[in-house]
Write a protein that binds this ligand. Structure first.
Ligand code: OXD
Ligand code: MN
Length: 633
């Protein structure tokens, strides 16, 4: 610095002027830069105490309290670039975008290492891996002991939901990963405002995270819903490490929701505006990587001029009985952590545009010009794969099938301003869906609420790359919550059934299947934007305006109630899409019944009765019920 001043004094050469500018900028910045190592004055005592205790236990080098500011985000990015954790992408074509390559053994959620640690094993239920809280704490204490030596510990206050919403809930994540801190800023309302709310509420979910050594053999994701705590060690992958998302907003929140009389669900929230300007909101549950982000940002097809789509959320919905007797939903998240492969101008134009700036990509390929590349992009060529190796198709895809983008929801061209509404949005219909090659028709409706709970509870879907393990295997995934319900499914269904007493004007309940295939493996339904035709039927149906044929599994559209015009889908395919094969459904009903019985005494009798009624309706019905033939409204 002294040398610089001498230089300046000696002459007004260009170098001197540049250095002068640098000194002034630096001094001004130093004077205003917040001291992020000290607890902010309004941090509650319980939080300060916990932070000190964790810093001592993990021996963190330094503590940084995150304020959620833009300058802090830039600093995190700079740090990661310097460490080689982030690679800057082509600034001309992808301004503000970065690539993170994770450890090759840390690319998905790890359900087999995810535990719900309740005092009683029964409370976690057969749907969860369980560990006794004392044993889990012992294990985690040993892992966290000294694990942040030489590292910075970030303290991240965050709010799930609009900051001034009575339905929002807060948490604090402590992590030693700058990648997690930067992602949390995109995914949640993070920083000073959240801390202010925590000080007011006096209550927050405690999430402790360390990447450890990224060793799959020293990796656990533990949940302690009884004390609102999460401890995650050994993974930097989103669903395991961004604790506000699956761990808090689904596993812990589902427990809180049961206690407080609401629902925390794995659902997108979408507003569908018709040409008359009326907007109806739907909340739709699909398993991971089954197109929730695409549906939430759907581009209306040319055949439906005047229709518009508004995205409220793409992954999680918190649903509350509203004062007007309807069910209202907020999206607890502020960003999207979406699957990249397959995204292009045709499949999801809004996502494609949204991720062209200020986005963090994880595990995609790279072109020679530092553009991100993924399968399905339909332009450019990969030079490097997701592991940074020169691209060679013999090594598999260039982008990992579960590669992701993290992006602020505000960048979505169809972002709904209602996503920030403290009261949320009123829900017209709940829609369940899975990835089923056969059996489930394109769309059918529940007869009433408790039948709707059975529709959700009986859901099954083919597994995807979002979780470690086999892909394409059909498994039961009730309400798309198999990996996320923080307590016994038996109790969870009882809670769902009990919502009928809390919500006077219940939404309609439907099931859709975009993934039916023909004998050669081709999809029967074009999907994507064309799915709006089905959403249109669902909304009209809720208003008593659309025709349906009653079948044992519930009403399906009549042939003419759904517009198939211009799709190039022939009559035989339409018939297949709307048909209910009673013989196959009898088998399915038996399997659903057996699955539900595995919850033993916790299975609500009302749900067992629903299965009995379904079987009775299927008994003696025509072997093949073809909606396209029916005419009854
Ligand atoms: C997700 C998931 O990342 O469901 O949303 O796995
Ligand atoms: Mn999800």
């Amino acid at each position: 610095m002294g040398f610089a001043r001498v230089l300046l004094h000696k002459g007004a050469n260009l170098m001197g002027r540049l250095i002068h500018f640098w000194i002034e900028w630096n001094e001004a910045w130093m004077a205003t830069a917040p001291d992020r190592t000290a607890a902010p004055p309004h941090a509650p005592e319980a939080l300060r105490h916990w932070v000190l205790e964790v810093a001592a236990r993990t021996r963190a080098d330094q503590v940084r309290w995150c304020d959620g500011s833009e300058s802090e985000y830039r600093e995190l990015i700079r740090l990661m670039q310097a460490d080689g954790d982030l690679l800057k992408l082509n600034e001309q074509r992808f301004p503000g975008c970065y690539l993170h390559r994770s450890s090759p053994s840390d690319v998905a959620r790890v359900e087999h290492l995810t535990f719900v640690c309740t005092r009683s094993k029964e409370d976690a239920g057969p749907n969860n891996h369980w560990m006794a809280p004392a044993e889990a704490r012992r294990k985690m204490d040993a892992l966290f002991e000294g694990c942040m030596r030489g590292r910075t510990m970030y303290v991240i206050p965050y709010c799930m939901g609009p900051i001034d919403s009575p339905y929002a809930r807060c948490g604090v994540e402590i992590t030693d990963s700058a990648y997690v801190a930067a992602n949390m800023r995109l995914m949640t309302r993070m920083g000073a405002a959240a801390l202010a709310r925590i000080s007011k509420d006096g209550k927050f979910v405690k999430g402790l995270h360390s990447i450890g050594q990224l060793d799959p053999d020293r990796r656990f994701i533990m949940h302690f819903p009884e004390s609102l705590e999460i401890q995650s060690f050994g993974s930097g992958y989103g669903g395991n490490a961004l604790l506000g998302k699956k761990c808090h907003a689904l596993r812990i929140a589902s427990w809180q929701a049961r206690d407080e009389g609401w629902l925390a669900e794995h659902m997108l929230i979408v507003g569908v505006e018709n040409p008359r300007g009326e907007v109806h909101y739907l909340a739709c549950a699909f398993p991971s990587a089954c197109g929730k982000t695409n549906l939430a940002m759907l581009i209306p097809p040319a055949s439906m001029p005047g229709w518009k789509i508004w995205t409220v959320g793409d992954d999680i919905a918190w649903l509350h009985p509203g004062p007007d007797g309807r069910l209202w939903a907020i999206n607890p998240e502020a960003g999207y952590f979406g699957v990249v492969p397959g995204t292009n101008e045709k499949t999801n134009r809004h996502a494609y545009e949204m991720i062209r700036h200020d986005t963090i990509f994880t595990n995609v390929g790279l072109t020679r010009d530092d553009d991100p590349w993924w399968e399905g992009l339909e332009q450019g060529k990969p030079a490097f794969d997701w592991q940074g190796r020169p691209y060679d198709p013999a090594h598999g895809p260039a982008a990992h099938p579960n590669s992701r983008f993290t992006v602020s929801a505000k960048q979505n061209p169809s972002y709904s301003p209602q996503a920030d509404a403290p009261a949320g949005v009123p829900i017209t219909a709940l829609v369940f869906g899975g990835r089923r090659r056969t059996l489930a028709p394109l769309v059918y409706q529940a007869r009433d609420w408790s039948h709707g709970v059975l529709l959700g509870a009986g859901m099954a879907s083919e597994t995807t790359a979002a979780a470690a393990g086999d892909v394409g295997v059909v498994r039961r995934d009730p309400m798309a919550m198999k990996p996320f319900a923080g307590y016994n499914f038996g109790d969870y269904w009882a809670h769902w059934l009990a919502m009928a007493k809390r919500v006077k004007k219940l939404p309609g309940v439907f099931h859709v299947n975009w993934f039916r295939r023909d004998a050669t493996g081709g999809f029967l339904w074009p999907g994507y934007g064309e799915n709006l035709r089905v959403l249109g039927w669902i909304i009209d149906r809720c208003q008593g305006k659309a025709a349906g044929v009653d079948t044992p599994i519930g009403p399906v559209p009549t042939r003419d109630a759904l517009d198939f015009g211009g799709l190039g889908v022939d009559e035989a395919t339409i018939a297949e899409l709307l048909a209910v094969d009673s013989t196959a459904w009898r088998k399915e009903a038996d399997e659903i019944g057996q699955y539900l019985e595995s919850y033993g005494a916790r299975l609500p009798a009302a749900l067992r009765d629903e299965v009995t009624r379904l079987k009775q309706r299927l008994e003696g019905s025509d072997p093949l019920i073809q909606g396209w033939r029916g005419q009854t409204p």
